[in-house]
Design a binder for this molecule. Sequence first.
Ligand code: 0O2
Ligand code: 0O2
Length: 266
Amino acid sequence: MDSRDWGRFLLPYEQAVEELKVKFKTLRTEFKSRDEYTPIEFVTGRIKRISSILEKAKRLNVPMDKLETGIEDIAGIRIMCQFVQDIHRLSALIRARKDMVVVYEKDYITNNKESGYRSYHIIIEYPVQTSLGLKPVLAEIQMRTLAMNFWATIEHSLNYKFKEHLPSDIKVRLQNAAEAAYQLDQEMASIRDEIISAQQHFEDKTHLVSRVLNGIQDLYYYHRIREAAQFQLKFNELWETEDMWQLKELSQELQEALQRAKRSNS
Ligand code: 0O2
Ligand code: 0O2
């Protein structure tokens, strides 16, 4: 293949990378415009370098006329997420899309590589619209957390520099660092869950308080002055102690008192 052929060969892959980058960046913008939490932190993309394609073809015994099917990551998209849960959510969104077809998936998060590498890879078939008609190309979508990306970026640059000559003690330290990155992801995920459940608890409390206060006001409306004053006193006590369980009971009793008041009023 001469250099001109390479240019023509890579063109649909370049187009695929550009289009896919726009699509996933737009997905992020869409979540943000709805004020929703976005599972995408940022998106990057690249075309594999010709030397890397040749090296990989040699390593995998792929003949030059079978590069299109033999090398799946000529077009590569990388999506960075805050949490591992975001990667699973994003994978489901990708599987549901009509503009790309999932060929297969590689879960290097559950089954990390020997190096310590973790990421979730999805190989897709993506149709590129060219002047000669539709051309389906293979592309690899890598999804990782920020911690996984931090590790992989540094490890990749070290491997690139030292090739196969990475000292074995360094390899072990990199494996340990990968484990530390994974622990960090787990810790952050559990902190996030606790924050969300604390927010939920806060929401519950806010609703409960307004339900009780509205209930007391309704009792006044039905001229149950003494009862309303008793509920107000009880509420003041519980408000001080922040006893949610008793506050729930108080709210229940208040609803029953209101039903009685409504019945005797009608
Ligand atoms: P913004 O709003 O400027 O950040 P292109 O769209 O072709 O110009 P490409 O190829 O996607 O850009 O660029 P690149 O360098 O691969 O980076 C893609 C996006 O990821 C860029 O944002 C970077 O700012 C962002 N990015 C890269 N590394 C990090 C990182 O560590 N943290 C964060 N939060 N963002 C990072 P944009 O698309 O130019 O937009
Ligand atoms: P580039 O162009 O530098 O991004 P194999 O390599 O045979 O084990 P396979 O099937 O070729 O596996 O592909 P795999 O492992 O699913 O995905 C290859 C890509 O995943 C790599 O691209 C990296 O981007 C990333 N990757 C895989 N393993 C590692 C690893 O141990 N460390 C880091 N940093 N990244 C990894 P390339 O080949 O590096 O190409």
